[in-house]
Design a protein around this ligand. Structure first.
Ligand SMILES: [Zn+2]
Length: 831
């Protein structure tokens, strides 16, 4: 769809008051299209003109207030209307096209049984691919949906079902919601239902996933109930959208989407193979995240996409918090410190960095690009800091006042800050200016001066990047950790201080305090900053980190260590040594997984072709040692096995596992672990096409199809690479997920000579790929297909040449700019 500008949106909202959409879809035809009859009721000032977004294949009729609208009213993907009455009724009967990129009405055929599944995703500007609409967040309306569908299908929408006889489904009109929140699923979905506190609950997944859905339903319902109860405790307005349905759909672009009354998740969340506790924690977090959106986003919606953070930062903060407070996963903040903040920090240091709350988002294209680690993770980290700053009581009072003032309407950053300032009695103007309106991140560093066995003085030094010189106030914890007689490392004392928005803040509370074995800055992870310890503490990390009891403290230390390697301050070889020493005793699964994943990536990119094999071998050894000491059948065992499979070059051992030989006790070599092994064997040249095909025969499923696509792209064979590349660039029959899997399987440090020609191809071919794919799918494909492991001056030269062209697609420009910046760091660290 063409991008909608903010100026157009403002003018349209001032002209038109939209009341209701009546949509009647006919999903019975075979092939690529479906029928859509829509009635839109809206009022305006007589004589006015406006437009609706609309992208039909063909139109049978368009009438306005009973009179035909001339064909010339369709201009590209907009339907222009003029000479409007005060009250208007637009009626359109059209044929529309299904999509395979996850936007519009996505059609998917399950390889397991040939069944067709549909889900609707109108975000961010794709409503016109289904119906004529005023597609912007501040033009809320009621949606009344009816569907004619093949027999045996299940159809669900935002509103409750009114009548559902075989093949015909009619839903009650919704409360006023934004276009991007209108939701629908259709297909032979399997369902499980329940109820809690007067709220009907339902879960849906493909019938091929019926068995795992039934198995997972008790935990999903339990988390859902716990989170609903907790939100009802902290919010004054009860859940406002009637029933709470959660659908798990194939090839969904996001983790999930917060449609009121019918949340849609990617169906990888319905586990068919063994998963770790951290994966279950992640799912609980996503459930809580989407539920938070029912208030932040759905009940009170941003007026325009510049306040996207009001949606995502709040949902990320509250999702992490509520999952930790209400479910059996108390350590979500450890995951946040380890994983999510690293995502935010990386995005914030890229050339494309932007403020959490940008002052101006000119159009929907730019809005889509802001769906990044800044809007989610940095925003949530900043909110955590805000809660530490104003106190939780004032924070919740302000948030509740905000909901009450704007329920079923739209609001802006200024509205929210007003409510929070009133509740806290603290003027947040300055705070918001430095934290929300200015990009980039500060570095906080402890300076500890010793005098004998006590601190003469302790100070926190704050710096900012040259181009972004803002210093900020930070509320931070400082933890003093000592090695105890029995070898553990325990917290002796913790102080919370307010670091001033200056270069140096003294900590008089610690003067005269006995020296700690490790002085941890940002203990408790209250603030968002790059953290560097004093010299003695840094030197003590390798010996002490494994012995610290508190997983959040370990996460802060690991995150700081990994960040220093990314920055080239410390060599990757040192990281690998630390991993070998600390990982086998690490008890927190998410730390194991994240350290293995991050180290693996850093080894591929920060070591040279000469040093890489030895570094990788040490990573494999670390995973192997952990595997040897892990409890049979436990999460750590699975995390260790996956880490080992990803790093080892011992093809004999891997092939043996596939055949059930010398498998560690309790480790299930199930469908997904088999694919991980087959994939690794493929990368190493020890699996051929026949083996991949045989595995797909054995596992003819959605996941199997995706793994097979990834494995075929990974084959160290010139023909396989050529075929994969052609698919990535131009095969529009390939769905969003299959393209992503193909692209993510393409580049391997093990295959440098074979893939080197594709470095130039990337920069030559990607503009064409951007022309045939759109939105999020295009962005992901461009990202996965980037030659990130070709850490060479030549790659940077080609990137610079592409970036110099004027008419580069803005999505591709951002992907290449940021990926090139990662190359710059890696190159500098290597030589
Ligand atoms: Zn969200």
């Amino acid at each position: 769809m063409p991008s909608l500008t903010r100026a157009e949106a403002t003018a349209r909202a001032a002209t038109v008051d939209v009341h209701e959409y009546e949509i009647d879809l006919d999903l019975t035809a075979e092939g690529d299209t479906f029928g859509a009859r829509t009635v839109v009721r809206f009022s305006t000032r007589p004589g006015a003109s406006t437009f609706l977004e609309f992208e039909p294949v063909s139109v049978a009729s368009i009438t306005l207030n009973g009179a035909p609208v001339p064909a010339a009213a369709m201009d590209g993907e907009r339907l222009h209307l003029s000479d409007l009455a005060e009250h208007n009724e637009l009626a359109v009967d059209a044929v529309m096209r299904y999509s395979n990129d996850g936007e519009g009405l996505h059609k998917y055929v399950d390889p397991a049984d040939g069944s067709t599944y549909l889900y609707q995703h109108m975000f961010i500007n794709n409503a016109g691919r289904i119906l004529p609409s005023f597609d912007q967040p501040d033009m809320k309306a009621s949606f009344k949906v009816s569907v004619t569908a093949p027999g045996g299908w299940l159809v669900a929408a935002n509103g409750p079902l009114v009548t559902g006889r075989e093949g015909r489904w009619e839903f009650a009109p919704t409360k006023p919601i934004s276009t991007y929140l209108c939701s629908l699923i259709a297909g032979p979905y399997h369902s499980v239902t329940s109820e809690h506190d007067g709220i009907p609950l339902a879960l849906y997944a493909r019938k091929a996933l019926a068995e795992p859905l039934e198995a997972e339903a008790p935990e999903i319902f339990e988390v859902t109930r716990q989170c609903l109860d907790r939100f009802h405790e902290i919010f004054h307005i009860r859940y406002p959208f009637g029933h709470y349905q959660q659908a798990f759909a194939p090839e969904f672009n996001f983790g999930a989407m917060e449609y009121p009354g019918l949340v849609v998740f990617r169906d990888e969340f319905i586990y068919r193979s063994a998963v770790t506790e951290s994966e279950r924690e992640h799912r609980a977090n996503v459930i809580a995240h989407e539920m938070a959106h029912m208030w932040f986003g759905d009940l009170v919606t941003m007026a325009w996409w510049d306040d996207l953070w009001l949606n995502e930062s709040f949902a990320e903060y509250l999702g992490t918090r509520i999952a930790s407070e209400a479910t059996r996963f108390p350590d979500t903040w450890t995951t946040f410190a380890m994983q999510r903040k690293a995502w935010g920090l990386r995005a914030d240091q890229h050339p494309s960095t932007h403020p959490v709350a940008p002052a101006e988002v000119t159009d929907t294209d730019q809005a889509l690009l802001n769906f990044d680690g800044i809007s989610y993770a940095k925003g949530a980290a900043v909110l955590k800091q805000l809660v530490a700053w104003v106190g939780d009581e004032a924070f919740l009072a302000g948030v509740n006042a905000h909901f009450e003032a704007h329920a079923y309407g739209n609001a802006t950053l200024a509205d929210l800050l007003g409510a929070l300032s009133a509740a806290s009695g603290r003027d947040l103007t300055t705070w918001a200016d430095v934290w929300l309106r200015r990009a980039q991140v500060n570095t906080l560093r402890t300076e500890a001066v010793r005098e004998g066995r006590a601190y003469a003085s302790v100070a926190v030094l704050q710096t900012a990047p040259e181009q972004y010189p803002t210093l900020r106030p930070h509320k931070v914890g400082l933890g003093l950790y000592d090695r105890s007689a029995d070898g553990a490392v325990v917290l002796r004392k913790r102080v919370e201080i307010e670091v001033q928005a200056t270069g140096r803040t003294e900590v008089p509370e610690l003067a005269g305090e006995p020296v700690a074995d490790l002085l941890l800055l940002n203990d408790g992870d209250l603030t968002y900053a790059k953290i560097r310890l004093d010299e003695e503490s840094t030197a003590a990390v390798p010996a002490l980190l494994p012995l610290i009891d508190d997983s959040l403290a370990r996460a802060v230390l690991w995150a700081s260590t990994l960040d220093a390697v990314v920055d080239g301050e410390r060599p990757v070889a040192e990281l690998v040594t630390l991993v070998l020493a600390a990982l086998p005793v690490e008890s927190e699964v998410v730390v194991v997984e994240d350290v293995l994943r991050a180290t693996r990536t850093l080894v591929d990119r920060y070591s040279t072709p000469e040093t890489r094999p030895a570094a990788l071998e040490l990573v494999a050894q670390a995973a192997d040692r952990l595997l040897a000491v892990s409890e049979a059948g436990g999460s750590r065992q699975l995390a260790a096995a996956r880490g080992l499979i990803g790093a080892t070059v011992d093809v004999k051992r891997l092939a043996g596992w596939l055949e059930g030989r010398e498998v560690p006790d309790g480790l299930a070599i199930d469908a997904d672990l088999r694919w991980l092994i087959v994939y690794r064997l493929t990368v190493l040249g020890a699996a051929d096409t026949a083996m991949i095909d045989a595995e797909f025969e054995r596992d003819r499923s959605t996941t199997g199809e995706q793994w097979a696509a990834r494995a075929r792209a990974a084959r160290p064979d010139a023909e396989a690479k050529a075929a994969a590349w052609e698919s990535i660039i131009g095969d529009t029959k390939l769905s969003n997920r299959l393209v992503e899997m193909t692209a993510s399987g393409f580049w391997h440090a093990e295959q440098l000579d074979l893939i080197r020609p594709y470095v130039a191809r990337y920069f030559a071919d990607m503009p064409e790929m951007m022309r045939v794919r759109s939105g999020m799918s295009a962005e992901k494909t461009a990202t996965y297909a980037f030659p990130a492991i070709m850490v060479e001056a030549d790659t940077r030269r080609l990137a610079a040449e592409l970036l110099a062209s004027d008419d580069l697609d803005p999505i591709l420009r951002r992907v290449v700019q940021d990926a090139d910046d990662d190359l710059r760091r890696a190159l500098a660290a290597r030589f």
